[in-house]
Design a protein around this ligand. Structure first.
Ligand code: PLP
Length: 860
């Protein structure tokens, strides 16, 4: 019989066991092995049955067992030690509390997904896992972050396979009462409620659930509440599901509702208000509009509120792939945010302008969340050095007149949370452990993986309709002594799940090599609407089903954090072959590296930055170096896949496998070079890939300056800045460079030029602008290389000329030999601008000024 409603009965813990409840409800257990061990001991079978989830374990443990534990001295001692440890962790001063800088009182961090533990499945892939690692590292460092997201009643989806290898999606219902969550309540006990007004006099209501991630609260908005109409109840049904309007409602709830949830949280707990709002990708961008609305309610004009809000906003872009960026129909946005919708009192035309794609090739009918993100944030970043450069190119059109190198988007390379992603066995290994010990630990982890793979494969085949009697072969799948390669990630086309299948014969030879075989573990989910991705999975599954190779290659369904933790730790080599430069960063290879797994990857994302021959292998790419992967023809793509796949096979056969199987002259020693690479990876690469390092960088380079700007730009100062910008913008068309003169004694290294520039300022004051000389190496077409150029401000000299123009002067040092050129330009200048390019205004010399004269002197 099917129950019509389910609920879970919470256990009543005997008095001495009460601290178990606090330990279960703080997700720090997910990166604290001692706490996990405590729950495992409490009920080993229950712990295993529910996949290592303390809240569920407590929900199923019998009353008799609880009575027993309440009198178990050893258990009680461990319990009290774990409870004391958590208390200390939550209250002691940490890095942030010891920092000298004036740091923000609090930072709100918004993300559409959070991957903290398999027990709270609210993520689809890298973006969510990164957000989870960000919160955990913030907690470890004492950064006062408040996480904000949505609670999806079905999470993403669970993946299984049909008999013929087609992806099947399941959406199990999550009961928040069985999750490590508590409802956020008003002091009187009623749940905090967040309301949004929708067109057609509808209301979207949400409750707020709170998860505790160590010291960091995570607020998750949930629309599945009884006083919502059915349509509105479904707003938070699934992550990345539904059509455009559904997505818009989710993002309104996340951004607008999220700010209201933060306000409520601070009100009821006394937590300091955030001075900085950080949006992880564009999905939460409406948070800026809500804060503008808050100020509008106090009578602050839009432009002023925009300046004040921007000051404390940080935007991180995560992808150069267009499908990763949300774009809505303008009309849909107008309807939801206009007078009939959620932001009454805020001029919807002004809002629409924020999301308009004002660059060549932009679509005037669309509202782009990333573009709005960039305009609403004073500071923005990409997630690896290469991705920073690619993003500056991609969005350069928003700053016309500036070279891509000057686009104000910086980069902070992602990191991963070591306590979450390092195997206990690796962590226990002393830094100075010998080669034999290291190799033995690697083998142990590989063996664990082999067992895990067989278990999962068996379950998958049962699910695909096979009987136990047909599955005896699974006991011989994978070998704990064979070189093991992992490949697991989401399945968008740029990640090229099936590149390894390009030449099946060559792959088969590698798998079945008589003395140096490799074995492959593959996993990944395709987005439910992506049939192309599902076809790739099917191709791979069909290949792996072949009895000739099925003991050496497996596809495991339902890739998620629990599987990932086994995979990264048990593989010898982590494979990544994206179409460069479309992998913004990639983090799975970092997690693998923490466990001494070597990387074999296209030089994209983080691997472009930190690749060294001691850490693994670089698959050569045939991309020609430009950011053009998205515009390649189908034929180019095919050619490129052929070249890169051939390079991959070659590397595996000639370098990776020989290195792994090189057991010294007698053939019975250790693979010395391999072990050395494992050691180098752990010791030298390990410290770079940490989320700790990443969160410190965010704090020092983005949060701290954003908090300073937020404090400097109170409503009065923001009003002055807005007025100044309006005046400069109005006067700018009349700013012109009338004349450039240079005097040069000698064009030798170390010499200098004296520059004198006459500038018409229109109605602007000399202080409103900076006149700059830009100099550097030039190419055949006299373009100055943007990333190496020097920029020298020139000084105003004398009073106004008769026609009102002004003179600016200064020396320019000739500090390099070879072709050299300069130009001059005028930029807006104000102490509260984050960047000279911020307003997208610049005046260059007119073309007819005499190209040669203006471009300067050539030195040979
Ligand atoms: C780390 C991780 C990812 C992201 O991996 P990429 O290398 O960025 O593709 C995706 N899913 C899970 C479960 C992860 O742990």
């Amino acid at each position: 019989m099917k129950a019509i409603r389910r609920f879970s009965v919470r256990p009543v813990l005997p008095e001495p066991l009460r601290p178990l409840s606090d330990l279960a409800h703080n997700l720090r257990w997910s990166w604290h092995p001692e706490t996990r061990e405590l729950f495992r001991r409490a009920d080993p079978d229950g712990w295993r049955a529910c996949g290592g989830d303390p809240v569920r374990t407590l929900g199923t443990v019998s009353a008799r067992r609880l009575e027993e534990l309440a009198h178990d001295r050893d258990f009680l001692e461990r319990l009290s030690a774990a409870a004391a440890d958590l208390r200390e962790y939550l209250t002691e001063p940490r890095w942030y509390q010891r920092a000298e800088d004036e740091l923000p009182a609090a930072v709100a961090y918004f993300s559409p997904e959070f991957g903290i533990t398999a027990a709270l499945p609210q993520y689809s892939g890298g973006l969510g896992i990164l957000a989870g690692d960000h919160l955990k590292a913030a907690s470890d460092l004492g950064v006062p972050l408040i996480g904000v997201g949505l609670l999806y009643r079905h999470g993403y989806f669970r993946q299984s396979l049909s008999r013929d290898g087609w992806q099947q999606e399941h959406y199990p219902v999550l009961d928040p009462n069985e999750l490590p969550l508590e409802v956020l309540r008003e002091p009187g006990g009623a749940p905090v409620r967040v309301d949004l007004r929708l067109p057609g006099a509808r209301t979207l209501r949400a409750h707020v659930w709170q998860a505790r991630v160590g010291r960091v609260p995570l607020l998750l908005l949930d629309s599945d509440v009884e006083d919502n109409a059915p349509r509105e109840r479904d707003v938070t049904d699934r992550l990345y599901g539904g059509g455009s309007e559904h997505r818009l409602l989710q993002e309104m709830l996340l951004g607008i509702g999220g700010v209201r949830a933060v306000r409520a949280y601070c009100r009821v707990t006394g937590h300091p208000e955030p001075e900085v709002f950080h949006t992880n990708e564009g999905h939460a961008g409406f948070l800026g509009l809500e804060r503008i609305r808050e100020m509008s309610g106090e009578g602050v004009p839009f432009d002023t509120a925009l300046e004040a809000v921007r000051a404390g906003t940080v935007f991180t872009t995560h992808t150069p792939v267009p499908a990763g960026i949300d774009r809505f129909d303008r009309e849909l946005v107008a309807r939801h945010l206009g007078d009939d919708g959620e932001l009454p009192g805020v001029d919807v035309e002004q809002v629409l302008r924020l999301g308009t794609e004002t660059y060549p090739g932009g679509d005037p009918g669309l509202f782009n969340m990333a573009v709005m993100g960039l305009r609403l944030a004073r500071l923005a970043n990409g997630v690896s050095t290469l991705h920073g450069a690619v993003s500056r190119e991609m969005f350069a059109g928003l700053w016309p007149g500036f070279d891509a190198a000057e686009v104000p988007i910086t980069s902070i390379t992602n990191g991963v949370h070591a306590p979450t992603w390092t195997a206990d066995e690796m962590r226990a290994l002393p830094a100075g452990a010998g080669g034999a010990e290291l190799w033995e630990t690697r083998r142990t982890l590989r063996e664990h993986l082999v067992h895990e793979v067989r278990r999962r494969l068996h379950a998958s085949w049962r699910q695909r309709g096979a009987s136990d009697a047909e599955l005896g072969w699974i006991d011989g799948v994978l070998d704990p002594d064979v070189l093991t390669i992992g490949f697991a990630r989401r399945v968008p086309s740029y990640k090229r799940l099936t590149l390894m299948l390009r030449d099946r014969e060559r792959l088969t030879e590698l798998l079945l090599h008589p003395t140096r075989p490799v074995q492959l573990v593959v996993a990944g989910k395709a987005h439910p609407a992506d049939d192309g991705g599902k076809r790739l999975i099917q191709e791979l599954v069909r290949f792996a089903d072949d009895p000739r190779v099925r003991h050496r290659i497996v596809f495991l369904p339902d890739y998620g954090m629990a599987m990932a933790q086994k995979l990264y730790t048990g593989c010898d080599v982590w494979l990544n072959n994206p179409l460069r430069p479309l992998e913004a960063c990639g983090t799975s290879g970092m997690k693998a590296a923490l466990n001494g797994c070597l990387n074999l990857s296209v030089r994209d994302g983080w691997w472009e930055e930190w690749y060294e021959p001691d850490f693994g292998w670089a698959i050569p790419t045939a991309d020609g170096g430009g950011p053009g992967a998205a515009h390649e023809s189908a034929q180019d793509r095919q050619r490129r896949d052929d070249i890169e796949a051939a390079a991959l096979y070659e590397l595996l056969r000639e370098h990776v496998a020989p290195c792994f199987y090189d057991r010294g002259p007698g053939g019975d020693g250790l693979p010395e070079r391999w072990i050395e690479m494992v050691r180098q990876t752990r010791q030298r690469l390990g410290p770079k890939v940490l989320a700790d390092r990443m969160v410190r960088e965010y704090t020092e380079r983005l949060y701290s300056p954003a908090a300073r700007a937020h404090r400097a730009l109170d409503a009065a100062a923001a009003g002055r800045l807005a007025a100044w910008k309006a005046r400069v913008r109005a006067g700018w068309p009349r700013v012109a460079i009338d004349h450039v003169e240079s005097v040069c004694e000698s064009v030798e290294l170390g010499g200098s030029l004296s520059l004198r520039v006459r500038v018409a300022l229109g109605g602007l004051e000399p202080d409103d602008v900076e006149v700059q000389a830009v100099a550097g190496r030039v190419d055949e077409s006299d373009s100055i290389a943007g990333d190496e150029a020097v920029r020298v401000p020139l000084k105003p000299s004398g009073g106004p000329e008769e026609d009102g123009s002004r003179l600016y002067e200064g020396p320019l040092t000739l500090d390099r030999t070879g072709p050299f050129g300069y130009t001059v330009r005028v930029l807006p200048s104000h102490p509260l601008l984050a960047d000279p390019a911020e307003m997208g205004l610049v005046t260059l010399p007119p073309d007819d000024l005499g190209a040669r004269e203006a471009a300067g002197v050539l030195l040979r």
